[in-house]
Design a protein around this ligand. Structure first.
Ligand code: ADP
Ligand code: MG
Length: 400
């Protein structure tokens, strides 16, 4: 069997018209001889009747503190609805199809709710349905834990479902369909000059995803890399366009590698960040362990004698303030910041990258609040109100 896993995101299954376009794509590949596993997200984005946030809203109407188990159970319904409708629409067209929940598809997860990891996949059921000639439509974003409870995989988790299924089914390639032409040099909603990147390697796209580019979930990239799976990001509305290939097989030695070695740069952004500065004369280790206990993760960490600076998500600001007050330290907090990251495949070899960033931001009159870097990335913290200007400025310097 030549199995192909294709994942369709929320906007790709937002209404019946969109779903019909998905059927067209599936039909084409089926006619080309592929055995198809479709992974679908919940219909539409925030505000749509069966979108994840809408479902969560229902729960908060009856209980503001509903437990995580019930939250997961309800959230998972969005994908189950999509899968059922997609399979039924395919069947109505004469394409034999079956809808499976994550659990029915054999996706076993770790025990945790809301951001669960996939532990293993038992692909027997999927294989037997494929052997019976059916298109298998799997509800993304969900699995089932040892207790038989439904657990969800975190926002963007359908990407992870698709890639993990691809790995379990030993597919060489997984296609992720979304509402843009591929991985672009920046989020096209923020940067009008963003370009599609035809090719990019796992590590670069992982860094982009990790630094806020929503186009693919970082955990999905990680699984693809470990499983040597080529990921292709394509546009449901423009399926003939080749999209972005995240690594390809070198036919000479069978090894996965990106063919192009040319310089590639992209810009990612993430808002909703708080910068914390602490005048520290005491036992900072105690604060760190309290943060760990309360699951507050920090980033952009700069430690100096007498002063510590780092950032946390705005949603953790309250928690961290409580910890700092409890420990009687002097601190300042700057909420509503954004992190802009330049990602480059050959950053460390190129001189003057930081000076170009600094010039771009200074010309755009954007103050840099803090920086951090790695061999592939340079991040600048700015005020959220400067975020768009900062993206334009850095994109202009490196990506056009
Ligand atoms: P889906 O529901 O299909 O999973 P997402 O909203 O999760 O779609 O991801 C697609 C969105 O990611 C695009 O609409 C785009 O605004 C955003 N995005 C952010 N950064 C990038 C980038 N570098 N390239 C492409 N899209 C990006
Ligand atoms: Mg997504």
């Amino acid at each position: 069997m030549n199995i192909l896993v294709q994942k369709f995101g929320g906007t790709s299954v937002a209404n019946f018209e969109r779903m019909a376009e998905v059927c067209d794509i599936v039909e084409k590949y089926k006619n080309d001889g592929y055995s198809i596993v479709l992974v679908v997200s919940a219909m539409g984005r925030k505000g749509a009747p069966y979108a994840t946030d809408t479902l969560l809203g229902l729960l908060s109407e009856v209980n503001k503190n509903a437990n995580e188990r019930e939250k997961d159970m309800l959230m998972s319904c969005g994908e189950t609805i999509s899968a059922t409708l997609m399979a039924s629409m395919l069947s109505a067209r004469g394409i034999n199809a079956v809808a499976l929940t994550g659990g029915q598809a054999g996706i076993c997860t770790e025990g945790d709710f809301s951001d669960s990891r996939i532990k293993e996949i038992d692909s027997k059921r999927i294989i037997s349905e494929l052997e019976a000639g059916k298109v298998v439509v799997v509800a993304g974003f969900q699995g089932v834990n040892e207790n038989g409870d439904i657990t969800t995989l975190g926002r963007g988790g359908s990407d992870t479902s698709a890639v993990a299924l691809g790995k379990a089914l030993e597919c060489g390639k997984v296609e992720i369909y979304t509402d843009v032409d591929g991985v672009m040099t920046a989020d096209p909603r923020v940067e009008p000059n963003a370009r599609v990147m035809e090719e990019i390697d796992y590590e670069e796209v992982f860094q982009m995803a990790d630094k806020g580019a929503k186009v693919i979930h970082p955990r999905a990239v990680q699984i693809a890399k470990d499983g040597n799976i080529t990921l292709v990001i394509k546009n449901t509305l423009n399926p003939m366009y080749r999209g972005t290939e995240i690594c390809c097989v070198n036919s000479d030695n069978g090894k996965i590698e990106c063919s192009g070695k040319s310089e590639r740069f992209a810009v990612a952004h993430k808002k909703g960040i708080s910068q914390i500065k602490i005048i520290d004369n005491g036992d900072f280790g105690k604060i760190l362990s309290e943060m760990e206990e309360e699951n507050v993760s920090m980033d952009m960490i700069n430690f100096f004698i007498g002063e510590k600076a780092f950032v946390v998500d705005d949603t953790d600001a309250e928690k961290i303030e409580k910890i700092l007050k409890r420990n009687n330290v002097q601190y300042s907090i700057r909420k509503n910041c954004a992190k802009i990251t330049l990602i480059g495949n050959s950053m460390s070899g190129i001189p003057g990258v930081m000076s170009k960033i600094s010039k771009g931001l200074s010309d755009a009159e954007v103050p840099i609040l803090q920086t951090s870097d790695s061999s592939m990335t340079i991040s600048c913290l700015v005020d959220e109100q400067d975020m768009e200007n900062a993206v334009h400025a850095i994109h202009e310097q490196f990506c056009v």
